[in-house]
Design a protein around this ligand. Structure first.
Ligand code: MN
Length: 356
């Protein structure tokens, strides 16, 4: 997976250039080990809108990050950027489909007859399926080309197509799912491609997923709770029970180690920003009190690769710019950089092996 771009055209000590690529990096898609695909998609977002603006907000805020990762440097990779990270531009077609599907959702909610509502829902479901196939194909191409792939949403329905592509590439992998929500609903308000159904759809459509390990969950319905209990692939770690165990004397670090041990050797990380404390993502569409601290979440990602596992891909979803600030994008960019760094580390990237 590792590529070694020409480092001479970038001065990491200089102020970030917001007009450059993600993290201020000048690297092209061809010379980058990690390719990030933006997915500005949110037609079925049920509560607060805005996550379609997530990729642009993250990209904008990312230029002012310091690119040295002190925690990863303890393991030998302080400068993951040297292996090349590139974010593609969003596709015009995806924007158009998002608008058309959003209009369909509005028509469904305002429909005066059942027939009109059913027709509008069918139209939205068809557009969602079209979007999923499109993203699946793009991710498949990148995986065949040996790239590390990250998806930047958009709402949390976007990883369905990508996860099908990973299923075509890998015979078995697990998902580490950080979220306030279990996302195990079988459709939501009739919409099969709902962000509240992503893990239901993945378990249904991607048989290569051997385990789904959910962390930080604190808002779920009864149906989801029993589905998680009954499906042997699902390990549900409610935030309330993790906190209680710590209050009763267990160490957080031991809990994290045990959680990661439930995953197979190859891991896809699905990171919904609302898994974090809402103070870190005030713009996100469905915030829930509680949540992981920034460092708890960053350490969880690090633990995946510290344990000897590899991160084969990831998504970061539901980052939504809040009015008048760059905070959501800033936090999102930092999560994104850790995900890129951990994926590169798992692929064997080390500081001493930097290209010329
Ligand atoms: Mn969520």
């Amino acid at each position: 997976m590792l590529r070694r771009p020409d480092l001479s055209k970038f001065d990491e000590a200089a102020a970030g250039d917001p007009d450059a690529g993600v993290f201020g990096l000048p690297f092209s898609k061809d010379e980058s080990s990690v390719v990030l695909l933006p997915a500005p998609w949110e037609p079925t977002t049920s509560y607060g809108k805005g996550t379609a603006g997530g990729p642009a907000a993250i990209r904008h805020a990312s230029s002012q990050l310091d690119l040295f990762d002190p925690a990863l440097s303890e393991h030998g990779l302080g400068a993951p950027w040297r292996f090349g990270i590139h974010m593609c531009d969003p596709l015009e077609a995806h924007r158009d489909w998002n608008e058309a599907a959003s209009a369909g959702v509005s028509r469904a909610s305002e429909a005066s007859s059942l027939a009109a509502r059913v027709a509008a829902i069918a139209e939205v479901n068809a557009l969602s399926a079209q979007f999923d196939r499109s993203l699946e194909e793009r991710v498949s191409q990148l995986l065949r080309d040996g790239r590390g792939v990250g998806i930047v949403g958009g709402d949390h329905s976007v990883p369905l197509g990508p996860l099908r592509a990973f299923g075509r590439q890998y015979s078995e992998f697990g998902i580490l799912h950080v979220d306030a929500h279990a996302d195990l609903r079988e459709a939501y308000e009739g919409f099969k491609g709902s962000h509240a159904s992503i893990m239901y759809n993945v378990l249904d459509q991607v048989p290569q997923v051997s385990s789904l390990v959910q962390v930080g969950i604190r808002d779920l319905c009864e149906e989801e709770f029993y589905r998680a209990s009954e499906d042997p692939r699902v390990a549900l770690h409610l935030e309330s029970s993790l906190r209680r165990r710590v209050m009763e004397g267990e160490r957080w670090s031991a809990l994290i180690t045990a959680i990661v041990a439930q995953l197979p050797a190859q891991v896809y990380v699905s990171f919904d920003i609302d898994g974090l404390d809402p103070a870190l993502c005030p713009g996100t569409g469905t915030p829930v009190p509680g949540g992981l601290s920034f460092h708890e979440a960053m350490d969880l990602i690090l633990e995946v690769v510290r344990s000897g596992r590899t991160i084969i891909g990831f998504d970061l979803c539901e980052v939504s710019p809040s009015a008048g600030g760059e905070w959501d994008g800033n936090v999102g960019a930092r999560v994104l950089y850790r995900l890129c760094g951990a994926m590169l580390y798992g692929a064997g990237a080390r500081d001493g092996e930097r290209g010329a």
